[in-house]
Design a protein around this ligand. Structure first.
Ligand code: DQA
Length: 143
């Protein structure tokens, strides 16, 4: 049976590739997802992106019931604002790794704080799209 992982992306990440390419790179979310499918053919990867906080909360709750080994989550700007997403991550037993394309600690001070980091198993920030694959690799070996 293939191990299942969820790659979850929050607000504005649907615009990856066109939005601030100097900050977030030129690859689209669709291409990023294809690259991850190609890199991990032995895994069952599912993907979800939403610009809506409640939909992301719902997705985390559902993930809890579907036998996932782990979740790679880029919460976008909700990282810095959302108690609801923090509580949702805390409420589920599935391990979650927080990923950011950019190095949030080298940017504006309001991005230096993450509500989610303390309830995630770890955080990868600033390694571009490579952060998603690294997070999956860690989850394969440790979850
Ligand atoms: C981001 C960093 C956030 O601060 C920002 O709001 C995003 C993207 C990143 O991947 O670097 O939307 O999560």
């Amino acid at each position: 049976m293939k191990h299942k992982f969820l790659i979850l992306n929050g607000p504005n990440l649907n615009l990856l590739g066109e939005r601030e390419p100097d900050q977030y790179g030129k690859i689209s979310l669709e291409n990023l997802e294809d690259d991850l499918r190609d890199a991990f053919p032995d895994l069952e990867l599912s993907f979800f992106q939403s610009n809506h906080e409640g939909e992301l909360v719902d997705c985390l709750h559902q993930a809890h019931h579907t036998g996932l080994r782990g979740i790679v989550f880029n919460p976008g700007a909700y990282t810095h604002t959302s108690v609801a997403l923090r509580d949702a991550v805390k409420a589920i037993s599935t391990p979650v790794i927080e990923v950011h394309l950019s190095n949030i600690y080298s940017r504006e001070p309001f991005r230096h704080f993450s509500y989610l980091a303390p309830v995630c198993v770890g955080q990868i920030s600033g390694l571009g799209t490579g952060g998603y694959g690294l997070a999956i690799r860690w989850l394969i070996s440790n979850s």
